[in-house]
Ligand binder design. Structure first.
Ligand code: EPZ
Length: 422
């Protein structure tokens, strides 16, 4: 198991370039299954999850060519309609191959994703939506087996009106992709409004899909016969952006993010300003300065455009050293406070009651050995290590590598004292 060793107490200063968004790249890579032509992607982040998704697509017959942050995916020779358990168990987002495979080939076998550290995370809404579009779905030996009955020699999904009783990001993405090749009109109601959903919709439209309403809670897709190749640049990662901004605020530094977008970070920038940071936004850059100990900020996570659940853990690290107490309410997943135990080892004062954490700020954290439990919890521990007195060793940092490209290189560039222990 690789570890990170961090000597705390160094304010972050300088510039960092933000990579492409993991949660846009993963669904957009699956869109290559919808076309027999080549999808040319740029600004693809160098992440473990992106490599896993590429390998999953390749074992289905998608031809991939990687050149740095450029990825070409050709869905013209797909010969296997299955996503095996050993790949799906490491990455829930693998379920995003289900909609495209059923839409284009009328059949798919995708392993049920296991639970994960942050909650059970079922895919019942994905399945219900495909059933509403005419797919027959059975669960056999841990696999979702979907089939579209042939009618007149073709196996095509039918457009349907689908209501999400819970807002689901990948549920919206899976069904939006499936609907692009269905017969007739599909309306997704109470759809997810995340910017990554919009980026996927833009890519699908560039491929010839007929989609309107992405970014609102009602998305309408008019099915077309087929999709063609296209070129698409992955949007910047808003969670990576938020993570670096919180790290700079926590360490009392001043940094500039390049190749990012501020218009999709409103609630995060607002909370950082409330914590006492000075923020300046230009075209694709965000500049943050922090000159005092952060003020405590209360927050409640909810679907976009409200405060993102993927930023909760990072703000908890900020609140542990803030001036007062903060109440943090987690409304999306049932178990996303795994980092609390680890923060307590660093001297944080946190009480958890159900889905609410009360964080009482302390003047100083003390370095210690801690363990990462999930992707954003590991980012939280990095931030805590950057501010703690002395050395913090973080174990199981494979979680971190899933969602942050070259994080120790980027932090070192900003003046952090951090190194990876083999
Ligand atoms: C996406 O996960 C993101 N992952 C997550 O980011 C993010 O935390 C989450 O959305 C919420 O914003 C990707 O985009 C690859 P959901 P997803 O379906 O789609 C329940 C990260 O750190 N639900 O929006 O899996 C579910 O249990 C990751 O990058 C059902 O009940 O999340 C949860 O409570 C972590 N049935 C809620 O909805 C379903 O069929 C939201 O889940 C689907 C979801």
């Amino acid at each position: 198991m690789q570890k990170l060793a961090i000597q705390g107490g160094f304010p972050l200063h300088g510039e960092v370039r933000i990579s492409g968004a993991k949660n846009a790249a993963l669904p957009i890579m699956c869109a290559s299954l919808l076309s027999a032509e080549t999808l040319q992607l740029s600004n693809v982040p160098d992440l473990h999850d992106v490599v896993t998704m590429r390998k999953l697509l390749q074992q289905m017959g998608v031809r991939a060519e990687v050149q740095g942050e450029h990825l070409a995916l050709d869905g013209g020779q797909i010969d296997k309609l299955e996503a095996p358990y050993d790949m799906v168990k490491t990455m829930r987002a693998s379920v995003l191959v289900l909609g495209p495979l059923v839409a284009r080939f009328g059949e798919a076998r995708v392993s049920l994703p296991g639970g994960c550290a942050i909650g059970s995370r079922p895919v019942d809404l994905h399945i219900k939506g495909l059933q509403a579009m005419g797919a027959q779905i059975s669960i056999e030996h841990g696999y979702i087996h979907a089939q579209v009955p042939a009618q007149g020699g073709v196996k095509k999904l039918k457009g349907a009106r689908i209501f999400f009783d819970i807002v689901s990001v990948t549920g919206t993405e899976n069904l939006m992709m499936a609907a692009t090749l269905a017969e007739g009109v599909t309306v997704l109601e109470n759809a997810a409004r995340e910017p990554e959903v919009v980026d996927l919709a833009m890519c699908l439209i560039e491929m010839g899909a007929n989609i309107s309403g992405a970014g609102s809670d009602t998305i309408t897709i008019v099915g077309v016969d087929k999709l063609h190749g296209a070129e698409h640049r992955i949007m910047p990662d808003r969670i990576e952006s938020g993570t670096f901004l919180v790290a700079a605020a926590a360490t009392g530094g001043s940094i500039t993010l390049r190749d990012t977008r501020a218009d999709i970070l409103d609630t995060v920038l607002e909370k950082l300003t409330e914590a006492g940071a000075t923020i300046r936004v230009e075209a694709d850059t965000i500049h943050l300065e922090m000159h005092a100990r952060p003020k405590s900020v209360n927050l409640r996570t909810a679907p976009y455009p409200a405060f993102p659940t993927d930023m909760q853990a990072q703000f908890m690290a900020l609140n542990t050293i803030a001036t007062e107490s903060a109440m943090m309410v987690q409304t999306i997943f049932e178990n996303r406070f795994m980092h609390v135990q680890e923060l307590r080892r660093l001297g944080a004062q946190i009480e958890v009651e159900g889905n609410t954490a009360m964080v009482r700020g302390v003047p100083q954290l003390e370095g210690a050995a801690v363990m990462a439990t999930d992707l954003r919890a590991s980012a939280c521990l990095v931030i805590a290590g950057l501010v703690a007195q002395g050395e913090t060793i973080i174990d199981r940092i494979y979680h971190l590598d899933r969602g942050y490209a070259h994080i120790e290189a980027k932090l070192t560039q900003l003046g952090a004292n951090i190194r990876r222990l083999k």
